[in-house]
Design a protein around this ligand. Structure first.
Ligand code: FAD
Ligand code: EPU
Length: 338
């Protein structure tokens, strides 16, 4: 029997540590629980929020609906020659899945080590780090359709992955609850060292033929040196996306700021938002209970007792100042819940 709780604090369920509550709260540990939940017409017509680890959310106020926390567990794998298919429940912690694979030397997600959050949320924004995105290894996911109560499988193509994008953030938004994710990994240890910082750290450690485990360790080390640990300083990782702009838009920016950090992105150019924000003088700045992180200006933090409104207001000020200086519009990457 499902337990629907009332007026539940979400402070420990969002990595920003914002002190808000949900009017109703339910934890789902089996996919049948979803069928049971939505058989009750009350919930089909109540505002809903699907939650994993709450590590990519900013609550502006209390949530006046039903928060559904996905806690479906289980990891299984199947090996076919040098291919490995790993399927995990949406409620598994993403980094536990990474460790499961790294320990067994299943290659493909070691560059995504230490990303917070759940397996079920990983396709939503196509998580990415250090030269790899989920889409590079994603086979399919199984999802519950709220309107029909049916389960559907989405292939990699169906998900229309892009940089911090998927169909689940677009036309399918709020219609499906992901219950499991299947990845296509490999027994061939083809490590991906495209990201300069990884190569540099391997040199520092005198590692010339890195293994999957080496890459995972190095990525974890780099992340810890740059990013605040949410268990001590509230944050949701990068608050904004790195803006992708056309070459025409980039040209005047580059003429005026030749040192602008940028990367090719197909026909367009991706700018390092952290650099833009730092150039506007925000890096490490403390504003009331909030601010930007001292080692990474792209990360907004809760220094303790911040409200979601405060963090949001700081993000608006940053957007304004970056736009005034560079004519580039930053887009929030974190999901704003209001
Ligand atoms: P939540 O915050 O709970 O939810 C995020 C979104 O997904 C919401 O819209 C929610 O409704 C939806 N959702 C969650 N679960 C489901 C489900 N089962 N079915 C349908 N919808 C669902 N991200 C990166 O891509 N790369 C990084 O390097 C990275 N580094 C980070 C570092 C730090 C310190 C932090 C705090 C965050 C970082 N992030 C990064 C962001 C975050 O880790 C990812 O977005 C992660 O996938 C969020 O998982 P979650 O379970 O916490 O999702
Ligand atoms: N930079 C600055 N100042 C800063 C921060 C960055 O000048 O304060 C410049 C530096 O030149 C640095 C460059 O920006 O070399 C890139 O910085 P970093 O390597 O830290 O990566 P990022 O582009 O800021 C992105 C992702 C991260 C991901 C890392 C590693 C986005 C929005 N963010 O950050 O993802 O971990 O690359 O791949 O794409 C997240 O999504 O939450 C997240 C942390």
């Amino acid at each position: 029997m499902l337990q629907i709780q009332e007026n539940v604090s979400l402070k420990n369920f969002n990595t920003f540590g914002i002190d808000v509550s949900a009017k109703y709260f339910v934890e789902i540990s089996h996919e049948d629980d979803l069928v049971e939940l939505f058989m009750d017409p009350q919930w089909a017509h109540t505002r809903r929020l699907i939650m994993g680890g709450g590590s990519n959310m900013l609550f502006k106020n209390d949530f006046d609906g039903l928060a559904i926390r996905i806690n479906i567990r289980g990891i299984e794998h199947r090996i076919n020659h040098e291919e490995v298919f790993v399927e995990a429940g949406a409620g598994e912690v993403w980094n536990d899945l990474v460790n499961y694979c790294v320990d067994r030397e299943y290659a493909g997600i070691e560059n995504l080590s230490l990303i917070p959050g759940s397996v079920g949320a990983s396709p939503i924004q196509n998580i990415g780090a250090y030269g790899v995105e989920l889409k590079d290894v994603f086979k399919s996911c199984r999802a519950f359709e709220i309107a029909t109560g049916e389960f559907k499988t989405f292939t990699n193509e169906d998900c229309r992955f892009g940089y911090r994008e998927s169909n689940f953030k677009g036309e399918l938004k709020d219609q499906y609850i992901i219950v499991s994710v299947k990845l296509h990994l490999s027994l061939i240890p083809n490590v991906n060292l495209k990201y300069g910082a990884i190569e540099q750290e391997l040199v520092n450690r005198n590692i010339t033929s890195p293994t999957i485990k080496d890459v995972s360790r190095v990525v974890s080390h780099i992340r810890v040196s740059k990013l605040p640990d949410p268990s001590t300083i509230g944050n949701a990782g990068s608050f904004f996306k790195n803006p992708v702009i056309s070459k025409e838009q980039f040209s005047p920016v580059q003429s005026k700021f030749p040192e602008v950090v940028n990367y090719p992105a197909g026909d367009a150019v991706k700018l390092a938002a952290g650099w833009l924000i730092e150039q506007c003088g925000w890096k490490g700045k403390v504003v009331g209970h909030t601010g930007t992180w001292k080692n990474q200006a792209l990360v907004l933090v809760n220094h303790g007792g911040a409200t979601g409104e405060e963090v949001y207001s700081l993000s608006s000020q940053i957007i304004d100042s970056v736009y005034r200086k560079f004519g580039v519009l930053l887009e929030r990457e974190v999901n704003i819940i209001s």
